[in-house]
Design a protein around this ligand. Sequence first.
Ligand code: ATP
Ligand code: MG
Length: 332
Amino acid sequence: RPRVLSGMQPTSDSLHLGNYLGALVQWVALQETHDAFYCVVDLHAITVDVDPATLRERTRRTAAQYLAGGVDPQRSTLFVQSHVPQHAELAWVLGCITGFGEAGRMTQFKDKAGKAGSDRTTVGLFTYPVLMAADILLYQADAVPVGEDQRQHLELTRDLAIRFNGRFGEAFTVPEPFIVKETAKIYDLQDPTAKMSKSAATLSGVIDLLDEPKVTAKKIRSAVTDAEREIRYDVETKPGVSNLLSIHSALSGRPVETLEKDYAGKGYGDLKGDLADLVTTELSPFRERTLAYLDDPAALDDVLADGAAKARDVAATTLAQVYDRVGFLSAR
Ligand code: ATP
Ligand code: MG
C-alpha cells in the first residue's frame, strides 16, 4: 500500500471548517487505500508563543477531533510528533542542506512573521518548513494530503529529498502533494480573500468544529457577501458567495453548477440558511463524539502511545540510514 502522512498543529482549542474539508475529510478517505500516518504536530505549535498547559490540552483536543472525524487507529497510525524524537533529529540534518535564501522564500513565514513583528518572530518559525519536510520524509510518504497553503512547503520537501538522495545516495521517497482542488482553500467568512485560519485575528469568520450549533449558524448568517443579488460562483468578483457555494458543495455533494441552478432567483439569505443547516447537521455529531473522547483522556493517551510506538519504528529505520549516509560514526 502506498503511504500517506499529514498533521495539524494544536494551535487552537478547535479545528475549523478549512482543516476539516481541506484535510481531515481527505485523511479519512485515504485510509481505505493507503497506509496512513496522522500526527498532532506539537513541535510546530511552539514556533509561536503558547502557554504549556494550553498546549497539552490542545494536543489532546486535536487528537480527539481526528478520531471524531473518523481517523481509525486500528487502520492508521495516530500519534503526537514530540513522542517521536526522530522528527527533530532529521530536521537538523535537513536544515544543513537547506539554503538560507531558499528558506527565506517561504511565503507562510513572510506572512506570519509580518503579522507577529520581528521581536516575536522566532528562528523556529523560520525553520518550520524544514521540520515539516522531516515529518514527511521520515515515513517515506508517497503522498501528503494538505490544503493549498502547504503547496510551497511540499515543494521544498521534494527538493530536499531529491537533493539528499543525489548527494548522499537514495534515502527518501519523493512525496507528491495530495490537494483536492474544490476544498483546498476555504476562506474566512468575514474576510473571504484570506484563508480560514486557527490563528486568525478574529473568530467571527472562522467556523470552529466545536462551536455550539447556534454560534455556527450565526457566523454563517453574518458572512460577508457583496452588493449584488445573484448566487453565482466567481472567486474574483464574488469571493464571499463563492466560498459559501464551495462549502455547500463539499457538504451536500452537489456540484457548484448545480447549486447555481438550484438557487436561481433565490437570495443570499436562502443560501445562508441552507448552509447553516448543512454545517450544523454535519458538525453536531462530530462535536458530541469529540467531547466523548475528551471525557476519557486515559484511553486517548493509550491510543497515542500505541501510535507513537509504531511511528518510532518506521522513523528510527529512516533516521539510521540517513545518519549512515551522512557519515556519522555508528554509535554501536
Ligand atoms: P495556524 O493558523 O495555526 O497555522 P491553520 O488553520 O493554518 O492553523 P494548520 O494546523 O497549520 O491549520 O494546518 C492543518 C491542515 O489544514 C493543513 O493541511 C492545511 O493545509 C489545512 N488548512 C488550513 N487552513 C485551511 C483552509 N482554510 N482551507 C483548506 N485547508 C486548510
Ligand atoms: Mg497553518
